[in-house]
Design a protein around this ligand. Sequence first.
Ligand SMILES: *[C@@H]1O[C@H](CO)[C@@H](O)[C@H](O)[C@H]1NC(C)=O
Ligand SMILES: *[C@@H]1O[C@H](CO)[C@@H](O)[C@H](O)[C@H]1NC(C)=O
Ligand SMILES: *[C@@H]1O[C@H](CO)[C@@H](O)[C@H](O)[C@H]1NC(C)=O
Length: 345
Amino acid sequence: MTGDLLLLASVICLLQVACGCPEKCHCHAASNSVDCRQQGLDAVPPDLPPQTLTLHLQDNQIHRLPASAFTSVPQLTTLNLRNNSLSDLVPGVFDGLQHLQVLNLTQNSLRSLESRLFQPLPELRELDLSSNHLSHLPTPLGEPWQNLTVFAVQQNRLQQLNRGLLEAMPSVRLLFLKDNLWNCNCQLLSLKLWLEKFIYKGGIVDSVICASPDAWKGEDLLKIPHELYQPCPLPSADLESSQRGGLGSARPAVPRPPENHGAGDRDHAQCEPKPKPRPANLRHAVATVIITGVVCGVVCLMMVVAAIYGCTYAAVTAQWHGRHTAQTSEPEKTEGKDLCDSSAA
Ligand SMILES: *[C@@H]1O[C@H](CO)[C@@H](O)[C@H](O)[C@H]1NC(C)=O
Ligand SMILES: *[C@@H]1O[C@H](CO)[C@@H](O)[C@H](O)[C@H]1NC(C)=O
Ligand SMILES: *[C@@H]1O[C@H](CO)[C@@H](O)[C@H](O)[C@H]1NC(C)=O
């Protein structure tokens, strides 16, 4: 009897969890949407109905999401996290959301994003990262997104945007890029070229207003004449990294100083002779010096030896003479000494 009651109780419990609605949220069974907006939440509520398609979490104070935060709602197609307090997103946070189509992260405090953060979202159509503090976007942000049509990063702190990132969105039609800190140096030329083609094919972009260098502050990137732009010289390290993972993955590799747009200056920079080390020549010179030194030394040594030998011989001869002749041979002796002195000198 007690066992039966327990079973009944747990079945009711399970049903409640499956069909229930989290406290503080409103659930609309017909549309499978769960609305938890403006409830002062600081975390994703537990026990969300697993068949949820749309989840409204906007206008709360969620500051942290654990990895796999949404695996309990694998059918989710729309996730709205607008106006929360997220400052970073851990890898794997969107795991299991294979059907997600719309992700709204606008009005948070995101500073940077992990590379491949959005990889688990192959069906994404709209990604809104606007009004955050992003200063850089990693190049592989997700798989090539066949269905991504809207990409918004306006009102951030971006200075550069990697063309490789845009090329991973072959279907993108709407781009929101304005209100960033675009640095219109030679590195932004590839973005300019990409955008021109994008607009030509019918894409829509709001605007890319340069924040630097000073000469182009306030100018629209798309209106700067081509003649004033020249591609950045590619150092070999840059080439390597661009082959590895797209152009801009060379984040810290070559942060070139903002380029002067005077054509003369740029030409000068490009024609600057690179001081190349010449180890072969250096070795050659060193060898020459060593050989010369050795030869000179040997010659000098031989001369010194010859001189000493000559002197000794002369002295011995003179002494021998001196012993066997009379004192009259004195001048001969001095003659020998003179010879010795002069040869030594
Ligand atoms: C953001 O959410 C807070 C509540 O957390 C709300 O008071 C505020 O009006 C919201 N701001 C906007 C711009 O919607
Ligand atoms: C995200 O939310 C903002 C504010 O409500 C809205 O303007 C924007 O269109 C939304 N983005 C997407 C991709 O739905
Ligand atoms: C893109 O959308 C189409 C049609 O809605 C869908 O059939 C296809 O699976 C989607 N592609 C990806 C990669 O999700």
